[in-house]
Write a protein that binds this ligand. Sequence first.
Ligand code: URA
Length: 229
Amino acid sequence: MRLDKLLSNLKYGSRREIRDYCKNKRVKVNDKVITDVSFDVSEKDVITFDEIEVFHKDTFLLMLNKPSGVVSANKDNLHKTVIDLIKEPYNRYELNICGRLDIDTVGLVLITNDGALMHKIISPKNDIDKTYYVEYSGTIDKTALESPLELLDGNNELYRTKGSKVEILGKNECNITISEGKFHEVKRMFEKIGCKVTYLKRIRIGNVTLDESLNEGDYIEIDYNMFMC
Ligand code: URA
């Protein structure tokens, strides 16, 4: 990619500003001053701006532990968003949320700069398992909860779930694994069998398990290849 395109994509300035920065010898690639803005750079090159290394990666994947009260959106006028939680250098990129959680649901959210990876993770065609830890009131019938259930989706249209896998952990707590991601799906599944979800936390997406040492609101970069679809 051209040096000016890379730096302007990363919000260092407009193409015209980058041209001036380069002319003023503020940009180096692999320790050499580069004044030609069309200079071709790749992920392997070490780029510095005013002697500070520029973080640039073709693709990365972040694991975020979403707190309650934060919305899974890029922008929101009322609430803090999961994207607001992401700081330098990752917030210089266009970020994609790989599967949304309700405002009161906590836990694992994957965020990437790679739109293709995001589609791979959320596409219903790929049947990626998601596991949730649930606390609930009422008494569950495990067989009923694991069976396909007729629910309303986000457009209030009826659909049939594919069925789930439930692991009872104790009184009024269980893990449930589903492969779809319909609106309020877990809460609606529990409602359907006469129970109410009182706490919901996503703990796994595919083969990525939430790092329990991660505080709510914190995130880490994880191995991009860890996500095998
Ligand atoms: N199911 C729900 O009901 N809510 C979520 O946030 C995720 C899955």
